[in-house]
Design a protein around this ligand. Structure first.
Ligand SMILES: [Zn+2]
Length: 168
């Protein structure tokens, strides 16, 4: 099995991490815990698998309806294709960080899902019902939605910087 080399984020020593290792990749020189990039990229792929199943479900429901070619299907088709590309590419390589434009695909996939979801929430946020209970409910959903995506985008940013530091 051909070994993969990464650079320690602290001492810049180049080493071959044990790829079967589920935990951090420990630098043999300085003992720094470097992120297990393989596991990090695969965790993004796992989220994409869930998103893929969700898009497939939405599409199946749309096809079951009267007008299968509703424009509302388009974001789901786009999202399905983007997630499929990410999952296949990450699982087909042993060094997913070396895939050019993988972060562009990730940004497109999660970014489009974020915008599409926000557009669906927007009418309820901008033109709330009269009842204050309903307004509170909508605002809670919006806050949770923003928190989840802040977490996702924060993780993607962190992964991008980890890739820069550790990849040769
Ligand atoms: Zn080191």
């Amino acid at each position: 099995m051909e070994s993969i080399h990464i650079r320690c984020k602290r001492c810049r020593n180049v080493f071959a991490p044990d790829q079967r290792d589920r935990g951090h990749w420990i630098c043999p020189e300085c003992g720094t815990r470097n992120p297990n990039l393989l596991r990090c990229y695969r965790s993004v792929a796992h989220v994409c698998i869930l998103a893929l199943l969700w898009s497939a479900l939405m599409l199946a429901m749309a096809v079951g309806e009267r007008f299968p070619l509703s424009p509302f299907c388009l974001p789901h088709i786009l999202h399905f294709v983007l997630c499929l590309i990410i999952v296949v590419r990450i699982y087909r390589t042993r060094a997913p960080w070396s895939i050019s434009r993988i972060h562009v695909f990730m940004l497109l996939s999660f970014g489009s899902a974020f915008v599409f979801g926000l557009l669906q929430l927007l009418p309820a946020v901008c033109w709330p019902d009269q009842s204050s209970e309903e307004t509170t409910r909508v605002m809670t959903v919006l806050a949770q939605y923003l928190a989840v995506y802040a977490g996702i985008f924060g993780y993607l940013l962190w992964l991008r910087s980890a890739r820069r530091k550790c990849v040769l």
